[in-house]
Write a protein that binds this ligand. Sequence first.
Ligand SMILES: [Zn+2]
Length: 176
Amino acid sequence: MRLKLFFIHLTSKKIVIMEEKKIEISYQVLKIEELSKIDAHLMNVVNETTVKAYAPYSNFKVGAAVMFIDGCNVRGSNQENAAYPSGMCAERVALFAARTLFPDYPISTLGVIAKKDGNVQSSISLCGACRQVLLETEQRQQQDIRVILFGRYEAIIFSSAKDLLPFSFGEENLLK
Ligand SMILES: [Zn+2]
Protein backbone atom coordinates (compact mmCIF):
# COMPACT_ATOMS: atom_id res chain seq x y z
CA MET A 1 0.00 0.00 0.00
CA ARG A 2 1.34 3.32 -0.96
CA LEU A 3 0.92 6.13 1.42
CA LYS A 4 0.38 9.51 0.05
CA LEU A 5 1.07 12.45 2.19
CA PHE A 6 -0.55 15.71 1.53
CA PHE A 7 0.58 18.86 3.18
CA ILE A 8 -2.05 21.39 3.29
CA HIS A 9 -1.19 24.85 4.28
CA LEU A 10 -4.02 26.66 5.78
CA THR A 11 -4.01 30.34 6.27
CA SER A 12 -6.67 31.68 8.42
CA LYS A 13 -7.72 35.24 8.57
CA LYS A 14 -8.86 36.50 11.87
CA ILE A 15 -11.15 39.39 11.96
CA VAL A 16 -10.50 41.41 15.04
CA ILE A 17 -12.95 44.03 15.92
CA MET A 18 -11.13 46.69 17.81
CA GLU A 19 -12.81 49.25 19.84
CA GLU A 20 -11.80 52.68 18.73
CA LYS A 21 -11.27 55.13 21.52
CA LYS A 22 -10.76 58.81 21.35
CA ILE A 23 -9.09 61.11 23.75
CA GLU A 24 -10.31 64.64 23.98
CA ILE A 25 -8.26 67.49 25.27
CA SER A 26 -9.39 71.02 25.71
CA TYR A 27 -7.70 74.37 25.73
CA GLN A 28 -8.50 78.00 25.28
CA VAL A 29 -6.79 80.56 23.09
CA LEU A 30 -6.96 84.15 24.27
CA LYS A 31 -5.51 87.34 22.93
CA ILE A 32 -2.98 88.79 25.34
CA GLU A 33 -5.22 91.77 25.99
CA GLU A 34 -8.03 89.39 27.01
CA LEU A 35 -6.02 87.85 29.87
CA SER A 36 -7.30 88.29 33.40
CA LYS A 37 -5.35 90.65 35.62
CA ILE A 38 -3.69 87.81 37.53
CA ASP A 39 -2.70 85.96 34.33
CA ALA A 40 -1.36 89.18 32.80
CA HIS A 41 0.71 89.60 35.98
CA LEU A 42 2.03 86.05 35.57
CA MET A 43 2.99 86.87 32.00
CA ASN A 44 5.06 89.82 33.21
CA VAL A 45 6.73 87.59 35.79
CA VAL A 46 7.73 84.89 33.28
CA ASN A 47 8.78 87.55 30.80
CA GLU A 48 11.14 89.06 33.39
CA THR A 49 12.46 85.62 34.26
CA THR A 50 13.80 84.99 30.74
CA VAL A 51 16.61 87.41 31.64
CA LYS A 52 17.91 84.79 34.09
CA ALA A 53 18.19 82.10 31.41
CA TYR A 54 21.61 80.70 30.58
CA ALA A 55 21.20 79.76 26.95
CA PRO A 56 24.47 80.40 25.09
CA TYR A 57 23.96 77.33 22.88
CA SER A 58 20.37 77.70 21.72
CA ASN A 59 19.94 81.43 22.28
CA PHE A 60 16.40 80.40 23.20
CA LYS A 61 15.59 81.95 26.55
CA VAL A 62 12.69 80.44 28.41
CA GLY A 63 11.05 81.80 31.52
CA ALA A 64 8.62 79.84 33.65
CA ALA A 65 6.86 80.48 36.92
CA VAL A 66 4.52 78.52 39.09
CA MET A 67 1.88 80.54 40.85
CA PHE A 68 0.22 79.54 44.07
CA ILE A 69 -3.36 80.30 45.01
CA ASP A 70 -2.37 83.48 46.85
CA GLY A 71 -0.60 84.85 43.76
CA CYS A 72 2.93 84.24 45.05
CA ASN A 73 5.25 82.60 42.58
CA VAL A 74 8.46 80.64 42.16
CA ARG A 75 10.41 81.19 38.97
CA GLY A 76 12.67 79.16 36.74
CA SER A 77 14.64 79.72 33.57
CA ASN A 78 16.40 77.32 31.23
CA GLN A 79 19.96 76.51 32.25
CA GLU A 80 22.02 75.00 29.48
CA ASN A 81 25.34 73.23 29.69
CA ALA A 82 28.10 72.32 27.24
CA ALA A 83 27.27 68.71 28.10
CA TYR A 84 23.77 69.08 26.68
CA PRO A 85 21.72 66.64 28.79
CA SER A 86 23.13 68.25 31.92
CA GLY A 87 21.04 71.37 31.36
CA MET A 88 17.49 71.83 32.57
CA CYS A 89 14.30 73.32 31.15
CA ALA A 90 12.81 76.41 32.77
CA GLU A 91 9.58 74.58 33.64
CA ARG A 92 11.30 71.86 35.64
CA VAL A 93 13.61 74.36 37.34
CA ALA A 94 10.49 76.21 38.55
CA LEU A 95 8.55 73.07 39.50
CA PHE A 96 11.41 71.46 41.43
CA ALA A 97 12.25 74.72 43.21
CA ALA A 98 8.58 75.22 44.16
CA ARG A 99 8.31 71.69 45.57
CA THR A 100 11.54 72.17 47.48
CA LEU A 101 10.59 75.52 48.97
CA PHE A 102 6.87 74.92 49.49
CA PRO A 103 6.21 71.18 49.35
CA ASP A 104 2.69 71.38 50.76
CA TYR A 105 1.50 74.45 48.95
CA PRO A 106 -0.71 73.62 45.93
CA ILE A 107 0.34 75.14 42.62
CA SER A 108 -2.52 76.77 40.75
CA THR A 109 -0.86 77.80 37.48
CA LEU A 110 2.32 77.30 35.49
CA GLY A 111 3.18 80.00 32.96
CA VAL A 112 5.81 79.74 30.22
CA ILE A 113 7.26 82.16 27.72
CA ALA A 114 10.18 81.99 25.26
CA LYS A 115 12.33 84.66 23.71
CA LYS A 116 14.81 84.59 20.89
CA ASP A 117 17.02 87.61 20.21
CA GLY A 118 15.02 89.49 22.80
CA ASN A 119 11.68 88.91 21.07
CA VAL A 120 8.80 86.95 22.58
CA GLN A 121 8.10 83.95 20.37
CA SER A 122 4.81 82.30 19.52
CA SER A 123 3.50 80.10 22.35
CA ILE A 124 5.87 77.23 23.01
CA SER A 125 4.79 74.01 24.60
CA LEU A 126 6.51 71.98 27.29
CA CYS A 127 8.82 69.14 26.31
CA GLY A 128 7.75 65.60 27.15
CA ALA A 129 9.91 65.36 30.27
CA CYS A 130 8.47 68.57 31.70
CA ARG A 131 4.93 67.38 30.95
CA GLN A 132 5.61 64.17 32.85
CA VAL A 133 6.97 66.07 35.86
CA LEU A 134 4.09 68.53 35.74
CA LEU A 135 1.50 65.76 35.61
CA GLU A 136 3.02 63.95 38.57
CA THR A 137 3.11 67.23 40.50
CA GLU A 138 -0.60 67.65 39.75
CA GLN A 139 -1.35 64.10 40.85
CA ARG A 140 0.66 64.56 44.07
CA GLN A 141 -1.21 67.67 45.06
CA GLN A 142 -4.56 66.27 43.87
CA GLN A 143 -5.47 69.59 42.38
CA ASP A 144 -5.42 70.62 38.74
CA ILE A 145 -2.67 72.89 37.53
CA ARG A 146 -3.56 75.41 34.84
CA VAL A 147 -0.90 75.84 32.17
CA ILE A 148 -0.54 79.05 30.22
CA LEU A 149 1.71 79.16 27.17
CA PHE A 150 2.23 82.85 26.59
CA GLY A 151 2.95 83.98 23.05
CA ARG A 152 3.56 87.36 21.54
CA TYR A 153 -0.08 88.00 20.66
CA GLU A 154 -1.97 85.04 22.10
CA ALA A 155 -1.94 82.72 25.07
CA ILE A 156 -2.94 79.06 25.07
CA ILE A 157 -4.53 77.95 28.32
CA PHE A 158 -4.97 74.38 29.54
CA SER A 159 -7.02 73.80 32.66
CA SER A 160 -5.10 70.69 33.68
CA ALA A 161 -1.74 69.03 33.07
CA LYS A 162 -3.73 65.96 31.96
CA ASP A 163 -4.63 67.75 28.74
CA LEU A 164 -0.95 68.06 27.88
CA LEU A 165 -0.09 64.42 28.38
CA PRO A 166 -2.64 61.71 27.70
CA PHE A 167 -1.10 58.25 28.09
CA SER A 168 1.63 59.46 30.38
CA PHE A 169 4.33 57.16 31.71
CA GLY A 170 3.19 54.96 34.56
CA GLU A 171 0.89 51.97 34.50
CA GLU A 172 -1.73 53.61 36.66
CA ASN A 173 -2.06 56.47 34.19
CA LEU A 174 -3.24 54.34 31.29
CA LEU A 175 -6.86 54.43 30.20
CA LYS A 176 -7.86 57.14 32.64
ZN1 LIG B 1 11.19 70.65 29.25
